[in-house]
Each structure stands twice: as structure tokens, then as C-alpha cells.
Ligand binder design. Structure first.
Ligand SMILES: NC(=O)c1ccc[n+]([C@@H]2O[C@H](COP(=O)([O-])OP(=O)(O)OC[C@H]3O[C@@H](n4cnc5c(N)ncnc54)[C@H](O)[C@@H]3O)[C@@H](O)[C@H]2O)c1
Length: 275
């Protein structure tokens, strides 16, 4: 099906845009007509990714779709770099309509008692503070703009947390806690800014085929546990996540705010049927 150009003239800033869910979301937003500010540590995709076009940067993917894109080298835990990226976005495209926060940090599973202060500091700096900084800058820019008639709102923010933010998965306490913070800051900020016609929602993925998850997917024991914990007969794809994120950026979702959308093959529903 050909995508409609419902986001023609709209501008999206996506963090973690070079790989995985951020890259798939960027491509889908561009196919709907948006121009994109691609923010990431690296312009090239994660070489461990499952993408078939790993030789292309995300900027090149967007350009092939006929839209404009710029790359901003940003570590979201570096608050000055985040500010520069938002400034560059508005300098380049004149406005901002959508902010998707996919960039995140995960560390291999380990027991809680052995998690270090450094691990916690890095998790908080990237997943919680970095996401919060992006959200606040997006809100500030949205507040300078009028309510967009076509979009039905002043701007959209979609965060990416994790199923681990609302149920317990073994061996990732620091990660889970920082993703739970993303879930709750989504709800709280959405409450603050509903009156301003700003939608803020969060997508919580289950296990998805990306470079970040490749080690788990290729580990026989971890993979068996993840498949057993996912009632749906397959694990997730970046397209599953991108479709949900983009839904939350389209006119049809304009009355949805502060919601957590679990896109996880049912992983967080309860105990799966024995197989
Ligand atoms: N893959 C999964 O199974 C899974 C499950 C639940 C949640 N998540 C979350 O989904 C999000 C996207 O991850 P993915 O699986 O697509 O991984 P990925 O490795 O394919 O992509 C992550 C991208 O984020 C970038 N990035 C990492 N740290 C950054 C930082 N500090 N500043 C800017 N960019 C940074 C990386 O360079 C990479 O391009 C993450 O927030 C992750 O925690 C992933």
C-alpha cells in the first residue's frame, strides 16, 4: 500500500535514528512526507543490526524516499549537544512538529547486587535525563508554534521505553528503573501539556530484532526464555515498533496523550500458555 503524504511539510527530530527502531521510524515518517533531523552517536547504523541496507546511512534512506534529512552527532547524555541539535533543527527546517526519543542504553543482564554506581549513572544520564532533556526542548519549541490544523495538535512526542519498565525481567534492574522513569515522565508531562495541545506518549517494546538485542537473540538460553515469555509466535521487528510510533504522530491519534502502548507480542500480559 502506498503511504499517504499526511506529514508533508512536517519536521521530526528522532534520536537513535541511525539504527534499529529509530531508523525504521525515521523511514516511515519520511514515507509519510516528513523531513527529519537524525540524531545519533554515529551516522552509520549499528553493524550488528538486522537491516538489509546497512551500507546506507539513515539520511541516505530518507533522501531515497524523496524527503530531506540532516544528521546531528549527539550523545543524548550530553545536554549541550542536545540543545545544539534542537537549534539546528529549527535553523534548518524552520519548525519542529514531532520528537521521537529512541536513543537508549542497555547493558548485558547481571545480578542487581553487582550493578555498579557507574552503570546506574550512565543509565540515568542517557535513558532518563537525556530523554527528559529532548522532551523539554521539544515542548519549548512547540509552544512557540501555533496549533497545527492538520495534525490537530501543537506537536507530538513519542518516547521509547521497554516492557522492562512496567514488568520485571531478570537481571536488568538499572535499565528497568530508568525506563520506568520514562513511562512516568511521559504521563506526568502529558498531564501538564494536554491544555497546550501537545501529545506525549510512550511505546514500550518487547524483544525486537535490532543490533542492541542481537546478543540475546543469538544466545540459545536467553532466546528460549524470551520466546517462551512472548505469547505471540514470533519476536518483534523494527517495523512493528515504527508503525506504532508513527500512529502516535498522525492526525488520527490527536486525542491520545499520556498513554503507554505496549508493543511486545503480549509479553507483559501475564503467564503465557504452556507450549
Ligand atoms: N531491541 C529490543 O529488544 C528493545 C526492547 C525494549 C526497548 N528497547 C529500546 O529501544 C530503543 C532503541 O533501541 P534499538 O533496539 O533500536 O537499538 P539499536 O542499537 O538498533 O539502536 C539504538 C541507536 O541509538 C543510538 N544511541 C545509543 N546511545 C545513544 C546516545 N547516548 N545518544 C544518541 N544516540 C544513542 C545508537 O548509536 C543506535 O544507533 C532503546 O531505547 C532501547 O532501550 C529495545
Amino acid at each position: 500500500m502506498t503511504a499517504s503524504k499526511v506529514l508533508e511539510g512536517k519536521v521530526a527530530l528522532v534520536t537513535g535514528a541511525s539504527s534499529g527502531m529509530g531508523r525504521a521510524t525515521t523511514a516511515l515518517l519520511a514515507s509519510h512526507g516528513a523531513n527529519i533531523v537524525c540524531c545519533d552517536l554515529n551516522p552509520k547504523p549499528n553493524p550488528k543490526g538486522f537491516e538489509k541496507d546497512l551500507h546506507l546511512t539513515t539520511v541516505e534512506v530518507v533522501e531515497q524516499l524523496g524527503q530531506k534529512a540532516i544528521f546531528c552527532q549527539v550523545d543524548i547524555s550530553n545536554l549541550k549537544q542536545v540543545e545544539e541539535a534542537f537549534t539546528k533543527a529549527v535553523e534548518t527546517f524552520g519548525r519542529l512538529d514531532i520528537n521521537v526519543n529512541c536513543a537508549g542504553f542497555w547493558a548485558p543482564f547481571g545480578p542487581f547486587g553487582e550493578e555498579t554506581d557507574e552503570l546506574w549513572q550512565k543509565m540515568v544520564a542517557i535513558n532518563t535525563l537525556g530523554t527528559s532533556k529532548c522532551m523539554r526542548l521539544a515542548v519549548k519549541q512547540f509552544m512557540k508554534q501555533e496549533v497545527d490544523e492538520a495534525l490537530g495538535s501543537r506537536g507530538r512526542i513519542v518516547n521509547v521505553s521497554s516492557c522492562a519498565g512496567h514488568f520485571s525481567f531478570p537481571g536488568e534492574v538499572a535499565y528497568s528503573a530508568t525506563k520506568a522513569a520514562v513511562n512516568h515522565m511521559t504521563r506526568a508531562a502529558a498531564t501538564d501539556h494536554a491544555k497546550d495541545y501537545i501529545n506525549i506518549n510512550v511505546v514500550a517494546p518487547g524483544v525486537v530484532h535490532t543490533g542492541m538485542a542481537r546478543g540475546n537473540i543469538e544466545d540459545k538460553d536467553i532466546s528460549a526464555l524470551m520466546k517462551k515469555s512472548t505469547p505471540w509466535p514470533r519476536l518483534g521487528t523494527t517495523q512493528d515498533i515504527a508503525e506504532s510510533i508513527v500512529f502516535l504522530c498522525l492526525p488520527g491519534s490527536q486525542w491520545i496523550t499520556g498513554q503507554l502502548l505496549a508493543v511486545d507480542g503480549g509479553m507483559t500480559l501475564g503467564v503465557p500458555y504452556p507450549t
